[in-house]
Structure formats: structure tokens, C-alpha cells
Design a protein around this ligand. Structure first.
Ligand code: BEZ
Length: 214
């Protein structure tokens, strides 16, 4: 069983957090929400990651996106750890809640367990849509800290693709051309993208790689 994956509905768990009890669906409400797990409190990479999330909190808020951290210790431990996170990360305040999971029940239900060590959480990250479905997941081992620029970039791609019939190509960054979805015919594309589009001239002469700016 792969566990919770793309397209699945986030289980509506009640979780203890540093901001009190939260029902996951109430927390998501109508917003995109990033839920990210950590192996444990007072560990080095996690301290840098949660601090970086705090430093990036404004970028997520500008996009209307909520954050929810998770670490497999209790709320008292989280509250002590937050002092270290803020001190190490130039005083950036941890304004988002951190869920507690000392019994490691939540990580199992959210598919955040390291498959190599089923007693440990991995560095998992789910982006949940306003419909409470999983839109994107990262699964990193404990040894690899996540790149928050990549989280923002992937989020921007998701948000753009939710508004237009497009996809974002390799190494895409906001402001760069996007590709028109293969399901859109050239006639439809002319109406949908009045700004125009460029079709790559490929050896196959198939017109499937069409770039536009939205
Ligand atoms: C860390 O956060 O640095 C870490 C946590 C668990 C295992 C390995 C590294």
C-alpha cells in the first residue's frame, strides 16, 4: 500500500499543536496548505528547516497558503525547541503551528514514515488544495534538508496550473513561459491564450510543445 498520495483526501485528523487542537480540514478550510514533517525536535537539519519556513512565511502568506509543521515529540518539547529555532534563524518568528505526534500515529496516517526505518518520520511535505486533496508530495530522507525555494516554485506551478490549462516545463521559474496542456487543441489555444503562443519546430512535426506566457 503506498499510503496517502496524490489525489487522495487528507484524513480529517484532530491533532495537538503549539496553537492548540486542530482538525485538519478546518485548518485547511479553503486554502492551499503545506504540511511538512520532521524526524524530531532538537535535531540539526530540522532546526534549519523550520527556521527557513519561518523566514519564508511571508512568501506563503502572500500566496494565501497556510503552513503546518509536524514533529514526533510533544507540544512542551516543541515550545522549548521553537526558542532555538528562532535564535538560530536570525529571530524569524515561528508563526505557524507545529503538530505533536509522540506516538507516531499521525505520520503513519499521513504517509510521512521513512520506508527504510518505519519507526522514523521522513522529511515529507504535502501540498493540500482547498478541496482537501493532496496536490503534491515530497519525500526526502532525514539526511537531506529541503530547499524552500523549490517548495515555493512548485507551489507557484500548482497555483498557475489550477487557473489555466497549462503545465510548467523543466526548471521553470515564475515569469518564464509555460506550456499549453496537450488536451487543448490549437483552435482552443487561440481562444484561451489571446496573447498568442509559440510552437516548437520538432523533427516529428507534431505540434505538442507550445509555449505561452500567463
Ligand atoms: C536532523 O534533523 O539533523 C536529523 C534528524 C534525524 C536524523 C538525521 C538528521
Amino acid at each position: 500500500m503506498p499510503g496517502l498520495t496524490l489525489g487522495d483526501t487528507l484524513p480529517n485528523l484532530e491533532v495537538e499543536t503549539t496553537h492548540g487542537k486542530i482538525k485538519l480540514h478546518d485548518y485547511v478550510n479553503n486554502s492551499y496548505t503545506i504540511i511538512f514533517s520532521h524526524p524530531g525536535d532538537f535535531t540539526p537539519v530540522c532546526t534549519t528547516e523550520l527556521g527557513m519556513m519561518a523566514a519564508y512565511a511571508d512568501k506563503f502568506a502572500q500566496r494565501g497558503v497556510k503552513l503546518l509543521g509536524l514533529s514526533c515529540d510533544d507540544v512542551n518539547s516543541h515550545n522549548e525547541w521553537i526558542k532555538d529555532i528562532e535564535a538560530f534563524n536570525n529571530g524569524h518568528k515561528v508563526t505557524y503551528p507545529i503538530a505533536a505526534d509522540p506516538k507516531k500515529n499521525i505520520i503513519k496516517q499521513l504517509n510521512m514514515v521513512d520506508p527504510d526505518d518505519t519507526q522514523s518520520p521522513s522529511r515529507a511535505l504535502h501540498i493540500v488544495g482547498p478541496d482537501k486533496k493532496i496536490k503534491l508530495s515530497f519525500l526526502y530522507p532525514a539526511s537531506t534538508g529541503r530547499n524552500m525555494d523549490e517548495v515555493v516554485r512548485a507551489l507557484d506551478s500548482l497555483l498557475k496550473a489550477s487557473k489555466h490549462k497549462i503545465a510548467t516545463p523543466a526548471n521553470w521559474k515564475p515569469g518564464e513561459p509555460v506550456v499549453i496542456a496537450p488536451s487543448v487543441s490549437n483552435d482552443e489555444a487561440k481562444e484561451m491564450f489571446p496573447q498568442g503562443f509559440d510552437t516548437a519546430d520538432l523533427p516529428s512535426k507534431k505540434e505538442y510543445l507550445r509555449f505561452t506566457v500567463v
